[in-house]
Design a protein around this ligand. Structure first.
Ligand code: CU
Length: 364
Protein backbone atom coordinates (compact mmCIF):
# COMPACT_ATOMS: atom_id res chain seq x y z
CA UNK A 1 0.00 0.00 0.00
CA UNK A 2 1.45 3.38 -0.89
CA UNK A 3 2.09 5.54 2.11
CA UNK A 4 0.36 8.85 2.68
CA UNK A 5 3.69 10.43 1.81
CA UNK A 6 3.82 8.74 -1.57
CA UNK A 7 0.27 9.88 -2.29
CA UNK A 8 1.38 13.38 -1.45
CA UNK A 9 4.27 13.15 -3.90
CA UNK A 10 1.78 11.84 -6.40
CA UNK A 11 -0.47 14.82 -5.86
CA UNK A 12 2.41 17.25 -6.21
CA UNK A 13 3.53 15.54 -9.38
CA UNK A 14 0.14 15.82 -11.07
CA UNK A 15 0.95 18.78 -13.26
CA UNK A 16 4.03 17.12 -14.67
CA UNK A 17 2.92 13.51 -14.67
CA UNK A 18 -0.80 13.23 -14.14
CA UNK A 19 -0.99 9.56 -14.97
CA UNK A 20 1.44 8.60 -12.23
CA UNK A 21 -0.28 10.73 -9.67
CA UNK A 22 -3.68 9.47 -10.71
CA UNK A 23 -2.61 5.87 -10.45
CA UNK A 24 -1.25 6.44 -6.98
CA UNK A 25 -4.53 7.87 -5.83
CA UNK A 26 -6.80 5.51 -7.67
CA UNK A 27 -4.94 2.30 -7.01
CA UNK A 28 -4.81 2.48 -3.25
CA UNK A 29 -5.48 -0.93 -1.81
CA UNK A 30 -7.56 -1.48 1.29
CA UNK A 31 -5.44 -2.20 4.33
CA UNK A 32 -6.81 -5.43 5.72
CA UNK A 33 -3.98 -5.93 8.18
CA UNK A 34 -4.67 -3.10 10.59
CA UNK A 35 -8.16 -1.78 11.12
CA UNK A 36 -9.22 -0.29 14.38
CA UNK A 37 -12.08 -2.65 14.89
CA UNK A 38 -15.78 -2.41 14.90
CA UNK A 39 -18.61 -2.06 12.47
CA UNK A 40 -16.66 -2.44 9.26
CA UNK A 41 -15.41 1.10 9.47
CA UNK A 42 -13.52 2.16 6.42
CA UNK A 43 -13.41 -1.33 4.98
CA UNK A 44 -14.64 -0.36 1.58
CA UNK A 45 -11.63 0.24 -0.63
CA UNK A 46 -11.12 3.30 -2.71
CA UNK A 47 -12.56 2.49 -6.07
CA UNK A 48 -12.05 3.99 -9.43
CA UNK A 49 -8.59 2.99 -10.60
CA UNK A 50 -10.14 2.80 -14.05
CA UNK A 51 -11.23 6.43 -14.26
CA UNK A 52 -10.23 8.23 -17.45
CA UNK A 53 -7.22 10.46 -16.99
CA UNK A 54 -8.00 14.00 -18.07
CA UNK A 55 -5.58 16.14 -19.98
CA UNK A 56 -4.64 19.04 -17.68
CA UNK A 57 -3.53 21.13 -20.63
CA UNK A 58 -6.82 20.92 -22.48
CA UNK A 59 -8.94 22.36 -19.72
CA UNK A 60 -11.29 19.45 -19.95
CA UNK A 61 -11.79 16.50 -17.71
CA UNK A 62 -14.21 13.68 -17.11
CA UNK A 63 -17.78 14.83 -16.71
CA UNK A 64 -18.49 15.97 -13.19
CA UNK A 65 -15.00 17.19 -12.40
CA UNK A 66 -13.38 20.56 -12.70
CA UNK A 67 -9.87 21.06 -13.96
CA UNK A 68 -7.42 23.05 -11.93
CA UNK A 69 -4.00 22.28 -13.29
CA UNK A 70 -1.50 24.66 -11.78
CA UNK A 71 -1.89 23.85 -8.11
CA UNK A 72 -1.47 20.72 -6.08
CA UNK A 73 -4.59 18.65 -6.31
CA UNK A 74 -6.30 15.93 -8.24
CA UNK A 75 -5.53 15.63 -11.94
CA UNK A 76 -9.14 16.26 -12.88
CA UNK A 77 -9.85 18.83 -10.19
CA UNK A 78 -12.22 18.41 -7.29
CA UNK A 79 -15.40 16.44 -7.80
CA UNK A 80 -18.37 18.64 -8.67
CA UNK A 81 -20.87 18.84 -5.80
CA UNK A 82 -23.72 17.10 -7.63
CA UNK A 83 -21.57 14.10 -8.33
CA UNK A 84 -19.81 14.12 -4.96
CA UNK A 85 -23.01 14.28 -2.95
CA UNK A 86 -21.49 17.12 -0.89
CA UNK A 87 -21.56 20.86 -1.63
CA UNK A 88 -19.08 22.65 0.64
CA UNK A 89 -20.09 26.09 -0.67
CA UNK A 90 -23.75 25.48 0.19
CA UNK A 91 -22.71 24.17 3.60
CA UNK A 92 -20.90 27.46 4.32
CA UNK A 93 -24.21 29.30 4.49
CA UNK A 94 -26.72 26.59 5.37
CA UNK A 95 -27.74 27.56 8.91
CA UNK A 96 -30.68 25.37 9.97
CA UNK A 97 -32.75 27.28 12.52
CA UNK A 98 -35.26 24.44 12.93
CA UNK A 99 -39.04 24.60 13.28
CA UNK A 100 -39.90 27.25 15.79
CA UNK A 101 -42.88 27.67 18.12
CA UNK A 102 -43.56 29.44 21.41
CA UNK A 103 -43.68 27.66 24.76
CA UNK A 104 -46.22 28.76 27.42
CA UNK A 105 -43.40 30.56 29.25
CA UNK A 106 -42.72 32.65 26.14
CA UNK A 107 -39.50 30.95 25.19
CA UNK A 108 -38.75 29.82 21.66
CA UNK A 109 -38.81 26.09 21.03
CA UNK A 110 -36.70 24.85 18.13
CA UNK A 111 -37.11 21.36 16.73
CA UNK A 112 -35.11 19.40 14.21
CA UNK A 113 -35.37 15.94 12.66
CA UNK A 114 -32.06 14.20 12.24
CA UNK A 115 -31.73 10.80 10.63
CA UNK A 116 -28.56 8.74 10.57
CA UNK A 117 -28.14 7.21 7.11
CA UNK A 118 -25.36 5.21 5.49
CA UNK A 119 -24.46 6.81 2.19
CA UNK A 120 -21.63 6.73 -0.34
CA UNK A 121 -19.91 9.96 -1.36
CA UNK A 122 -17.40 10.49 -4.15
CA UNK A 123 -14.91 12.60 -2.22
CA UNK A 124 -12.10 12.61 -4.81
CA UNK A 125 -12.16 11.70 -8.48
CA UNK A 126 -12.91 7.99 -8.54
CA UNK A 127 -12.67 7.60 -4.76
CA UNK A 128 -15.92 6.67 -3.06
CA UNK A 129 -16.27 6.87 0.70
CA UNK A 130 -18.91 4.75 2.47
CA UNK A 131 -20.02 7.40 4.89
CA UNK A 132 -22.26 7.35 7.93
CA UNK A 133 -24.10 10.63 7.88
CA UNK A 134 -26.65 12.80 9.62
CA UNK A 135 -29.36 13.64 7.08
CA UNK A 136 -27.30 12.33 4.16
CA UNK A 137 -24.58 14.95 4.32
CA UNK A 138 -21.00 15.32 5.60
CA UNK A 139 -20.80 17.38 7.71
CA UNK A 140 -24.36 17.12 9.06
CA UNK A 141 -26.72 20.09 9.23
CA UNK A 142 -25.53 23.24 11.01
CA UNK A 143 -27.98 23.70 13.87
CA UNK A 144 -28.47 27.32 14.88
CA UNK A 145 -30.17 28.43 18.10
CA UNK A 146 -30.28 31.46 20.34
CA UNK A 147 -29.09 31.33 23.94
CA UNK A 148 -31.93 30.21 26.22
CA UNK A 149 -34.06 28.57 23.52
CA UNK A 150 -35.60 25.19 24.27
CA UNK A 151 -34.28 22.59 21.83
CA UNK A 152 -35.70 19.26 20.72
CA UNK A 153 -33.76 17.08 18.34
CA UNK A 154 -35.76 14.14 17.06
CA UNK A 155 -33.18 11.52 16.15
CA UNK A 156 -33.89 8.40 14.11
CA UNK A 157 -31.23 5.84 13.37
CA UNK A 158 -31.78 4.54 9.83
CA UNK A 159 -28.21 3.27 9.58
CA UNK A 160 -26.91 -0.24 10.04
CA UNK A 161 -25.07 0.41 13.31
CA UNK A 162 -26.04 1.85 16.69
CA UNK A 163 -25.44 5.60 16.93
CA UNK A 164 -26.08 8.57 19.21
CA UNK A 165 -25.97 12.32 19.01
CA UNK A 166 -23.71 13.86 21.62
CA UNK A 167 -24.08 17.65 21.82
CA UNK A 168 -21.44 19.91 23.27
CA UNK A 169 -23.14 22.26 25.72
CA UNK A 170 -24.60 22.22 29.22
CA UNK A 171 -27.38 19.69 29.76
CA UNK A 172 -28.58 16.77 31.89
CA UNK A 173 -26.60 13.51 31.78
CA UNK A 174 -29.58 11.68 30.33
CA UNK A 175 -29.48 13.93 27.25
CA UNK A 176 -25.76 13.50 26.68
CA UNK A 177 -25.94 10.97 23.84
CA UNK A 178 -23.48 8.69 25.60
CA UNK A 179 -23.86 4.88 25.57
CA UNK A 180 -24.97 3.53 28.94
CA UNK A 181 -26.49 6.78 30.17
CA UNK A 182 -30.14 7.70 29.62
CA UNK A 183 -31.31 6.42 26.24
CA UNK A 184 -27.67 5.62 25.43
CA UNK A 185 -27.08 3.85 22.12
CA UNK A 186 -29.89 4.23 19.64
CA UNK A 187 -30.21 0.93 17.77
CA UNK A 188 -30.91 0.75 14.04
CA UNK A 189 -34.58 1.51 13.46
CA UNK A 190 -34.97 3.24 16.84
CA UNK A 191 -35.63 6.89 17.64
CA UNK A 192 -34.98 9.22 20.54
CA UNK A 193 -35.61 12.91 21.20
CA UNK A 194 -32.83 14.89 22.82
CA UNK A 195 -34.21 17.79 24.80
CA UNK A 196 -32.24 20.57 26.48
CA UNK A 197 -31.76 24.33 26.58
CA UNK A 198 -29.34 26.28 24.41
CA UNK A 199 -26.46 27.20 26.69
CA UNK A 200 -23.77 28.47 26.77
CA UNK A 201 -23.57 30.66 23.71
CA UNK A 202 -20.73 29.81 21.39
CA UNK A 203 -19.72 27.80 18.37
CA UNK A 204 -20.11 24.15 19.30
CA UNK A 205 -20.51 20.81 17.61
CA UNK A 206 -22.35 17.53 17.82
CA UNK A 207 -21.23 14.06 16.88
CA UNK A 208 -21.92 10.40 17.40
CA UNK A 209 -20.48 8.97 20.63
CA UNK A 210 -20.80 5.26 19.92
CA UNK A 211 -17.77 3.01 20.39
CA UNK A 212 -15.38 2.62 18.69
CA UNK A 213 -15.45 6.35 18.76
CA UNK A 214 -12.93 7.31 16.08
CA UNK A 215 -14.69 5.65 13.15
CA UNK A 216 -18.14 6.69 14.38
CA UNK A 217 -17.00 10.28 14.10
CA UNK A 218 -14.64 9.97 11.14
CA UNK A 219 -17.21 8.21 8.98
CA UNK A 220 -19.14 11.48 8.92
CA UNK A 221 -21.41 11.69 11.98
CA UNK A 222 -20.72 15.27 13.05
CA UNK A 223 -21.94 18.80 12.51
CA UNK A 224 -21.84 22.39 13.72
CA UNK A 225 -24.02 23.54 16.62
CA UNK A 226 -24.09 27.31 16.99
CA UNK A 227 -25.69 29.16 19.90
CA UNK A 228 -25.92 32.90 19.36
CA UNK A 229 -25.70 35.16 22.43
CA UNK A 230 -29.12 36.32 23.62
CA UNK A 231 -28.29 39.87 22.56
CA UNK A 232 -26.66 38.72 19.34
CA UNK A 233 -23.30 39.72 17.94
CA UNK A 234 -22.46 42.74 15.80
CA UNK A 235 -23.94 41.98 12.41
CA UNK A 236 -21.51 40.33 10.02
CA UNK A 237 -21.84 40.95 6.29
CA UNK A 238 -20.72 37.45 5.43
CA UNK A 239 -21.15 34.75 8.08
CA UNK A 240 -20.19 31.17 7.37
CA UNK A 241 -19.40 27.77 8.85
CA UNK A 242 -16.25 25.78 8.14
CA UNK A 243 -15.90 22.25 9.49
CA UNK A 244 -12.40 20.81 9.17
CA UNK A 245 -12.54 17.07 8.57
CA UNK A 246 -10.68 14.17 7.00
CA UNK A 247 -11.30 10.79 5.41
CA UNK A 248 -9.72 7.47 6.30
CA UNK A 249 -10.39 5.61 3.05
CA UNK A 250 -8.32 2.47 3.62
CA UNK A 251 -9.32 1.41 7.13
CA UNK A 252 -5.85 2.20 8.47
CA UNK A 253 -5.04 4.52 11.32
CA UNK A 254 -4.70 7.78 9.44
CA UNK A 255 -6.46 9.94 6.87
CA UNK A 256 -5.85 9.96 3.15
CA UNK A 257 -7.87 13.11 2.42
CA UNK A 258 -8.51 16.38 4.24
CA UNK A 259 -11.08 19.07 3.63
CA UNK A 260 -13.21 21.90 4.88
CA UNK A 261 -16.95 21.23 4.67
CA UNK A 262 -16.42 17.77 3.27
CA UNK A 263 -14.83 17.96 -0.17
CA UNK A 264 -11.05 18.05 -0.73
CA UNK A 265 -9.80 20.94 -2.90
CA UNK A 266 -13.36 22.24 -3.44
CA UNK A 267 -12.54 25.82 -2.50
CA UNK A 268 -9.58 25.82 -4.90
CA UNK A 269 -12.07 25.43 -7.72
CA UNK A 270 -14.92 27.38 -6.11
CA UNK A 271 -13.32 30.15 -4.05
CA UNK A 272 -15.32 31.61 -1.17
CA UNK A 273 -16.75 34.89 -2.49
CA UNK A 274 -16.08 37.92 -0.32
CA UNK A 275 -16.43 41.70 -0.81
CA UNK A 276 -13.62 44.08 0.00
CA UNK A 277 -13.83 45.49 3.55
CA UNK A 278 -16.97 43.59 4.55
CA UNK A 279 -17.01 41.89 7.95
CA UNK A 280 -16.43 38.17 7.47
CA UNK A 281 -17.26 35.86 10.37
CA UNK A 282 -16.18 32.23 10.19
CA UNK A 283 -17.36 29.60 12.65
CA UNK A 284 -14.44 27.17 12.48
CA UNK A 285 -14.72 23.66 13.94
CA UNK A 286 -12.19 20.85 13.97
CA UNK A 287 -13.67 17.35 13.87
CA UNK A 288 -10.61 15.72 12.36
CA UNK A 289 -9.90 12.24 13.75
CA UNK A 290 -6.67 10.20 13.59
CA UNK A 291 -4.46 13.30 13.56
CA UNK A 292 -3.87 15.14 16.83
CA UNK A 293 -3.94 18.73 15.59
CA UNK A 294 -5.44 20.69 12.72
CA UNK A 295 -4.88 24.31 11.83
CA UNK A 296 -6.14 27.24 9.78
CA UNK A 297 -3.88 29.76 8.09
CA UNK A 298 -4.84 32.70 5.90
CA UNK A 299 -2.71 34.49 3.34
CA UNK A 300 -2.40 38.25 3.08
CA UNK A 301 -4.47 38.94 6.18
CA UNK A 302 -4.95 38.56 9.94
CA UNK A 303 -8.08 37.71 11.90
CA UNK A 304 -9.45 38.19 15.40
CA UNK A 305 -10.00 34.86 17.12
CA UNK A 306 -12.70 34.07 19.71
CA UNK A 307 -11.96 30.63 21.23
CA UNK A 308 -15.11 28.48 21.43
CA UNK A 309 -17.10 31.63 20.64
CA UNK A 310 -18.05 31.94 24.32
CA UNK A 311 -16.69 35.46 24.77
CA UNK A 312 -17.55 38.68 22.98
CA UNK A 313 -13.98 39.91 22.87
CA UNK A 314 -11.26 38.18 20.88
CA UNK A 315 -8.23 36.62 22.53
CA UNK A 316 -5.86 36.84 19.63
CA UNK A 317 -5.02 38.68 16.43
CA UNK A 318 -3.21 36.24 14.18
CA UNK A 319 -3.01 34.61 10.77
CA UNK A 320 -2.77 31.01 12.04
CA UNK A 321 -4.58 29.06 14.75
CA UNK A 322 -4.43 25.43 15.86
CA UNK A 323 -7.29 23.28 17.08
CA UNK A 324 -7.33 19.77 18.51
CA UNK A 325 -10.32 17.46 17.96
CA UNK A 326 -13.54 19.12 19.07
CA UNK A 327 -11.95 22.53 19.43
CA UNK A 328 -13.57 25.43 17.63
CA UNK A 329 -13.80 29.19 17.52
CA UNK A 330 -14.89 32.26 15.62
CA UNK A 331 -12.66 34.16 13.21
CA UNK A 332 -13.47 37.72 12.21
CA UNK A 333 -11.69 39.64 9.49
CA UNK A 334 -12.00 42.11 6.63
CA UNK A 335 -10.06 41.93 3.39
CA UNK A 336 -8.62 45.37 2.60
CA UNK A 337 -7.55 44.47 -0.93
CA UNK A 338 -9.29 42.66 -3.79
CA UNK A 339 -7.78 39.46 -5.13
CA UNK A 340 -7.44 35.77 -4.39
CA UNK A 341 -6.15 34.76 -0.98
CA UNK A 342 -5.36 31.19 -0.07
CA UNK A 343 -6.48 29.59 3.19
CA UNK A 344 -5.30 26.15 4.27
CA UNK A 345 -4.08 23.92 7.06
CA UNK A 346 -0.60 25.09 7.92
CA UNK A 347 0.34 21.43 8.17
CA UNK A 348 1.46 21.24 4.56
CA UNK A 349 0.70 17.55 4.25
CA UNK A 350 -2.97 18.18 5.08
CA UNK A 351 -3.04 21.08 2.64
CA UNK A 352 -1.63 19.02 -0.19
CA UNK A 353 -4.10 16.23 0.50
CA UNK A 354 -7.07 18.52 0.08
CA UNK A 355 -7.29 21.08 2.89
CA UNK A 356 -6.68 24.26 0.92
CA UNK A 357 -8.83 26.84 -0.81
CA UNK A 358 -9.21 30.47 -1.78
CA UNK A 359 -11.13 33.53 -0.74
CA UNK A 360 -11.88 35.60 -3.82
CA UNK A 361 -12.27 39.24 -2.82
CA UNK A 362 -14.13 41.53 -5.21
CA UNK A 363 -13.70 45.30 -5.18
CA UNK A 364 -16.27 47.12 -3.07
CU1 CU B 1 -22.20 6.21 15.34
Amino acid sequence: MPSRRSMLSGAAAFAAAPLTGWTLLGAKEPDTSSGHGGHGAGQSPASGAAVTVPDPASGTGPAGMTNHAGHAGFAGGSVLPDRAGIDPTAILYDFDRGRTSKLPDGRTLREWDIVAVDKEFEIAPGVTFPGWSYNGRIPGPTLWAREGDALRIHFTNAGAHPHTIHFHGIHRATMDGTPGIGAGSIAPGQSFTYEFDATPFGTHLYHCHQSPLAPHIAKGLYGAFIIEPKKGRPKADNEMVMVMNGYNTDGGDDNEFYSVNGLPFHFMDFPVQVKQNELVRIHLINVLEYDPINSFHIHGNFFHYYPTGTMLTPSEYTDTISQVQGQRGILELRFPYPGKYMFHAHKTEFAELGWMGFFEVSAA
